[in-house]
Design a binder for this molecule. Structure first.
Ligand code: SF4
Ligand code: SF4
Length: 144
């Protein structure tokens, strides 16, 4: 059934996901992406691989995804203007549920954004971040 969202702030944040480069897809100290056996099986079917092959290629520390040099999830698309989840339809349940019907914590946490932006610049190049692709850190923090 289509209706008016009960929590407009949450709806607004979900809408922002379409324009966000995926701050929540970077591994930060203390953050954990927990990948379950069910998630692995879903991804295995997505790639037409065995569960064991998915574990071998993509999983580390038993239950989380490997990350790239910049700290982003191995499945975060590398395209400079299209930094999106490359397994969107098969992504883990935790990724589907986040931010758990709450306002996205990344959008209100200056410390998180200040940690992630240098990582993004490392992979995208600082010029792209300040041009058309994504809002700058300054824009995010000071827009109202
Ligand atoms: S950081 Fe927040 S707004 Fe951005 S993609 Fe993740 S949940 Fe959406
Ligand atoms: S699986 Fe997709 S949504 Fe989840 S952390 Fe990786 S890139 Fe982000």
């Amino acid at each position: 059934m289509v209706g008016i969202p009960q929590n407009l702030e949450t709806a607004s944040n979900r809408a922002f996901c379409n324009y966000c480069p995926g701050f929540c897809c970077y591994r930060l100290p203390g953050s954990i992406l927990f990948v379950t056996a069910t998630d692995i099986n879903r991804i295995a079917r997505h790639f037409q691989l065995s569960d064991g092959e998915v574990r071998k290629r993509f999983i580390e520390k038993r239950n989380t995804f490997k990350v790239k040099d910049d700290g982003s999830c191995i499945f975060l698309h590398d395209g400079k203007l299209n930094k999106r989840c490359s397994i969107h339809m098969a992504r883990p349940q935790q990724c589907q549920d986040f931010p758990y019907d709450e306002p996205c914590p990344y959008l209100g946490r200056e410390d998180l954004l200040e940690t992630i932006y240098p990582l993004m610049e490392k992979s995208l190049g600082s010029t792209l971040l300040s041009t058309v692709a994504y809002p700058s850190l300054d824009q995010l923090l000071h827009s109202s």
